[in-house]
Design a protein around this ligand. Structure first.
Ligand SMILES: NC(=O)C1=CN([C@@H]2O[C@H](COP(=O)(O)OP(=O)(O)OC[C@H]3O[C@@H](n4cnc5c(N)ncnc54)[C@H](OP(=O)(O)O)[C@@H]3O)[C@@H](O)[C@H]2O)C=CC1
Ligand SMILES: O=C1CO[C@H](CO)[C@@H](O)[C@@H]1O
Length: 307
């Protein structure tokens, strides 16, 4: 019998509970069946929150993984929290409902728990700017809630001004802003703003420069090798990755780490049996260099490029 992990939840403005840890599913490359397998492992191990997007081209396999575990009786649909996202080329108000219906068909689900505007930028299918106001897009998002296609709606990669404008003009407020947050990009200003509005900041790329997938910053990424952080990890018999995730959770920030490796999928969930002291939180923060792993340079020059 594998260990049972007790995962905390956070309350959303839509009055639903979101598990503080979700399973990320973005990969630059994957073998056929790899997303399905990873999602199945994640649910078996105890994840109840799964993050995907139409742009990840994996909704079919993610849905297969989810539905296989429901069919086996391991979980029910209402025990899972599933997020997907609207891509930039479907921002016209009339396109939003259609796009979510297509996602649901690929996922083979009747509803998602959270639907996010993936980026504030809008483009055509060639990536050229269409300058659609995200407030127009938001009206389409609100329609998705009215139709019961999603329980809640939110945004991703919105900057402070964009989030304030959305919050002040929305009929249904955003549940979350999914943004990059990790120990080398701590984002205090945005997290504080979100908290003032009761919008939940969700941390993507939560491992940041600790992840092996980020070799590009060699020389400044002392967080991978610093002996002080190594000693802290040893004290709790955890890895640097687990310390990073725990640091975020203790700031009240849900995390969505991705892994295709079964042992790491479990490692990343195993962060609820220790607590960092105030001094240890400060040590983790001392590695902040305000380095964005996901600057989305390809969107630079578009009207609503957020960074
Ligand atoms: N809204 C947005 O614009 C964005 C959303 N996201 C979402 O956030 C999720 C997570 O972000 P992501 O960019 O994938 O980054 P993560 O911080 O989750 O890092 C993932 C990488 O770290 C490796 N890894 C996982 N666990 C460990 C561990 N315990 N120790 C060492 N290495 C580990 C994985 O390798 P391996 O798989 O080989 O085990 C993978 O290469 C995405 O999958 C996606 O769902 C991400 C970026 C942008
Ligand atoms: O969600 C996402 C997954 O990661 C990609 C690259 O890092 C991002 O561009 C994208 O927004």
């Amino acid at each position: 019998m594998s260990k049972v992990y007790r995962v905390n939840t956070v309350n959303l403005l839509s009055k639903r509970e979101m598990p503080m840890i979700g399973f990320g599913t973005y990969a630059r490359k994957a073998e056929p069946g790899q997303y399905r397998q990873a999602v199945e492992w994640a649910i078996e191990i105890g994840y109840r929150h799964i993050d995907t997007a139409s742009s990840y081209n994996n909704e079919v396999e993610v849905g297969e993984g989810i539905n296989n575990k429901i069919k086996e009786g391991l979980v029910t649909r209402d025990q899972l929290f599933v997020t997907t996202k609207l891509w930039n080329d479907r921002h016209a108000e009339t396109e939003v409902v259609a796009s979510l219906k297509e996602s649901l068909a690929r996922l083979n689900l009747d509803y998602v728990d959270l639907y996010l505007v993936h980026w504030p930028v809008s483009t055509n299918s060639k990536g050229e700017d269409t300058e659609i106001d995200y407030m127009e897009t938001w009206r389409g998002m609100e329609k998705c809630v009215e139709l019961g296609l999603t329980k809640g709606i939110g945004v991703s990669n919105f900057n402070e001004d964009q989030l304030i404008r959305l919050y002040e003009n929305a009929t249904i407020p955003p549940d979350v802003n999914q943004i990059e947050i990790n120990p080398t990009f701590v984002q205090h200003k945005m997290v504080d703003l979100c908290k003032q509005m009761s919008v939940i900041p969700v941390a993507y790329t939560p491992l940041g420069l600790i992840s092996e997938a980020r070799p590009e910053f060699i020389g400044k990424d002392v967080i991978k090798t610093d002996p002080g952080l190594g000693a802290l990890a040893q004290k709790y018999e955890k890895t640097r990755a687990q310390i990073a995730l725990r640091y975020l959770i203790q700031r009240g920030i849900p995390v969505i780490p991705k892994s295709f490796t079964k042992s790491r999928i479990e490692e990343n969930l195993n962060i609820f049996d220790f607590e960092l002291t105030t001094g240890e939180m400060a040590l983790v923060e001392s590695f902040n260099i305000d380095h964005r792993c996901v600057p989305a340079n390809g969107f630079k020059g578009l009207k609503n490029y957020p960074f």
